[in-house]
Design a protein around this ligand. Sequence first.
Ligand SMILES: *[C@@H]1O[C@H](CO)[C@@H](O)[C@H](O)[C@H]1NC(C)=O
Length: 456
Amino acid sequence: MFRAAALLAFSFLAVSYGQQVGTLTAETHPTLSIQQCTGAGSCQTQSRAVVLDSNWRWLHTTSGSTNCYTGNEWDASLCPDPATCASNCALDGADYSGTYGITTSGNALTLKFVTNGPYSTNIGSRVYLMESESAYQMFNLKNQEFTFDIDMSQLPCGLNGALYFSQMEADGGMSKFSTNAAGAKYGTGYCDSQCPHDIKFINGEANVAGWEPSPNDQNAGKGQYGSCCAEMDIWEANSMAAAFTPHPCTVKEPTRCEGNDCGDDDNRYGGVCDKDGCDFNSFRMGDQTFLGPGKTVDTNSKFTVVTQFVTADNSTSGALTEIRRLYVQNGQVIQNSKVNIPGMDASLDSITEDFCTSQKTVFGDTNSFQDKGGLAAMGDAFQAGMVLVMSIWDDHEAKMLWLDSNYPLDKDASEPGVARGTCATTSGEPTDVESQSPNAQVTFSNIKFGPIGSTF
Ligand SMILES: *[C@@H]1O[C@H](CO)[C@@H](O)[C@H](O)[C@H]1NC(C)=O
């Protein structure tokens, strides 16, 4: 009885003072304009902004400037447990360009890879599109298309300039978890289909229990909990390779996972999300001349990426049945590459249930995409609302070889599905890309969405 009463009193305190906001740097979201289209040539500009994810932010005592988290470790006295840490520590505002290398101009967002700021060396970043000061913009792309321009001419092997959607809460989880006092304004509430364990706060609590600093990333670690939700990768790419990939989950909202549900390591297919997804990477699907420097879609210069979400009844509430891709470069519309894999239908050029099933069978991959609900479940996530994410990152787990080289390395590169891009199997080591390509960057611009056929 005594113990229960003590816990109750404690949680009352935590409710009063949780995951606070620091005021040492004012939080000013960089503005970014986008366009909503209603028909061909008919688009309205919307004045929007981006916000930096909370994981990148300085986390310090509410009363002063002592670090709650340094490098890849929590301060043991400020963060002895999840609730105390959330009440002791505040997320501060961000110097977007100076510390994080994030700049906007009109309708363009540029993310720099390595930024040597006044207090730190920052590696990569992740931002979300905001509808207001305190809420993310929510997208339902069923029976719609989403279009943007990409410049990844300065994005080499081992890097990923990503544009995607995650099924986060519009307010970053603030209303569901009263101990989260920061919310979307400070970039809280991230989740994705990998159920990442490196998220510092989940459900208004610090992920400090069981935290293990990464053995090869001086800025990251993993806590006991992961943060799972459906993810639609519109664009995961560098100058040498690109993929678009739906990743459904069996959970229908952002969900904190623990144990088997996270699908970690040997239990990859036993969690709540489809970690592999059903990917369309033109190189992997057999057209090695389609995208890259000097290729049909020439990554040496800017081009437009169009993604169409077709539903069974051509309505925004119908079941998602197909994800189509087009490119536009130098005024030319370029149809997506066709599949060129023995055993697969050579007319396939989009993501459908048939494409996914055939690809998984021919490549010998586990069909976790279907197991987690396939395209219909991906569509359900859009109907619930998804948040636009843009990021630049390097890969401490798998050197990005799954995107731009041969993967997995224990299979012969001549086996179907293993070769994904022309990058060397020795490329993508984070220490190498960080030292050799600190000035790498990606620019996303000219974002448009609307009915199919309205944006390009
Ligand atoms: C949906 O639109 C496509 C293309 O315009 C058309 O071919 C198809 O018949 C439509 N389907 C339904 C169910 O209306």
